[in-house]
Write a protein that binds this ligand. Structure first.
Ligand SMILES: *Cc1c(COP(=O)(O)O)cnc(C)c1O
Length: 481
């Protein structure tokens, strides 16, 4: 349907290709006597394959084509915001003065870089409504860890360290992990029948040993926590803090003021919302934004302005310390800065379109798949495999079959509150035609589930690799190739 069929090349190892003596390009003939690299080295030299330049170029180009990426197709992986990253951001990050800057440059030679950080902090503060920002954490989860360290430091400073954190069942899985890493006990908060938090549940659990709450808003069901102000009020009344997991900020950019919602601290995922590349464990950035009362605890160094000079300052006696070498993944900061400046006052349209696209998909599929929470969603919608299970077809089968139709599968079996969940996040970057193709593909699969379930059990049929043994892959990974 997306035009992706056939032409999947088999690719041998480099050592199985080429021919002895073949080279990629000719070096000039040498005009000095040959010397061994290291006279103590004996035995045969390294086993390099002998290949021509086109053989090498095609080998790596073909391997790269085995991957699906946002640059090749829609990638509706819920909770991951796999949106298109405009190439202009790459261009700015690759400018020699930026890409080749050394982190130990003297202050006078890095004024532009410091100003970029200073301004980006200001932008993120304005976008979230919070007062101060650190750009240091390298990922969303590290932002959460920073937040939990600040929770701890704040309560310790009040003279009464606290031991527990409230975490709703619709939170991202990294939330309880980050709380536990800091020695907090995660207290499970069940969401109500509408898929959102109920104030009375929070009130019953909040006590003086509880440091605060971690809320993902919009939550992992793609629903806006509309009781958030009441919930924040209950937590604040017992001197607790409110942490918002802002990885899903893509749904509410320029629309929601986090501080007005009662949030004290929040992390952002630049590699989701602010259009910097992610996936494959590459560099990310999880800036943390805080209300004024928490600013003294932010990691050092802080970027400060003294007159017309920008400086890095370690002068923060209450700081939780350092979370990353130097200042975090600087290249990601440049891309986010470029993205924000290129959209300017139009930034809120990102979220309006992301929400519109998700609701379009929800409307297009709700007669074909079970929709556990039938409410207006934010940037993602969550279906389940309940209707297909009747034909012995699971969310996994549906996801695998989507590959045959040329689409990356959505997130499945998450969030945990929905059994057989399929979590679809189209993002704002897809056109109506692509969304229509995607909806058609999932409708066709729903029909196949009734008429030919075996076709789905065997899927994918048109793919480099077929159904993988995922348990075996996780238990006994072969890392040596
Ligand atoms: C992605 C995500 C995270 C974790 O971010 P990483 O950068 O992968 O560590 C946390 N919370 C939510 C809601 C997310 O979507």
């Amino acid at each position: 349907m997306s035009g992706a069929q056939g032409l999947i090349f088999d690719e041998p190892l480099l050592w199985e290709m080429g021919s002895p003596g073949r080279v990629a390009y000719a070096m000039p003939s040498q005009d000095v006597p040959a010397q061994p690299v290291d006279a103590t080295l004996t035995g045969p030299g390294p086993d390099f394959p002998d290949l021509s330049e086109p053989e090498i170029v095609r080998h790596y180009t073909r391997l790269s084509q085995w991957n699906l990426s946002v640059d090749s197709a829609m990638y509706p992986l819920g909770s991951c915001t796999m949106k298109y990253n405009p190439k202009t951001n790459e261009r700015q990050a690759g400018l020699p003065g930026i890409a080749q800057a050394h982190p130990l440059l003297p202050t006078a030679l890095r004024q532009g870089l410091l100003r970029l950080m200073f301004d980006l902090e200001k932008f993120l503060a304005e976008i979230t409504g919070l007062d101060a920002v650190t750009l240091q954490p390298a990922a969303g989860a590290q932002g959460e860890l920073t937040g939990m360290l600040i929770f701890y430091a704040y309560h310790a400073r009040q003279g009464r360290p606290r031991t527990k954190i409230l975490i709703p069942d619709t939170a991202h899985g990294t939330n309880p992990a980050s709380a536990a890493l800091c020695g907090f006990q995660a207290v499970h908060v069940p969401s109500g029948p509408d898929g959102i938090l109920e104030p009375q549940t929070v009130a019953a659990l909040m006590d003086d040993d509880t440091a605060g709450i971690m809320v993902t808003n919009p939550n992992t069901l793609g629903l806006f926590e509309s009781n958030i102000r009441q919930v924040a009020g209950i937590v604040h009344q017992r001197n607790g803090l409110v942490y918002a997991d802002g990885a899903n900020m893509n749904a509410v950019l320029g629309v929601v003021d986090m501080a007005a919602m009662g949030v004290d601290i929040l992390h952002l995922n630049l590699h989701k919302t602010f259009s910097t590349p992610h996936g494959g464990g590459g560099p990310g950035a999880g800036p943390v934004c805080v209300a004024q009362k928490l600013a003294p605890y932010l990691p050092v160094p802080r970027v400060v302005r003294a007159g017309d000079q920008y400086l890095l300052s370690d002068d923060a006696p209450l700081s939780v310390g350092k979370l990353h070498a130097f200042y975090g993944n600087f290249g990601m900061l440049v891309r986010a800065y470029s993205y924000i400046l290129s959209l300017g006052p139009e930034l809120h349209k990102v979220s309006q379109l992301a929400v519109l696209n998700a609701n379009y998909i929800k409307a297009g599929l709700k007669d074909h798949y079970h929709l556990p929470y039938d409410r207006t969603c934010m940037h993602e919608c969550v279906f389940s495999d309940k209707q297909q299970v009747a034909h012995k077809v699971s969310a996994l089968d549906i996801a695998k079959r989507l590959i045959d139709y040329g689409f990356h599968p959505p997130t499945i079996y998450f969030p945990l509150v929905v059994s057989g969940a399929m979590m679809i996040e189209p993002t704002e970057s897809e056109s109506k035609e692509t969304l229509d193709h995607f909806i058609e593909a999932l409708r066709a699969i729903a029909k196949e589930a009734e008429t030919d379930p075996d076709l789905l059990h065997q899927a994918p049929h048109i793919a480099k690799l077929r159904r993988l043994d995922e348990v075996q892959a996780a238990r006994k990974p072969q890392l040596a190739g």
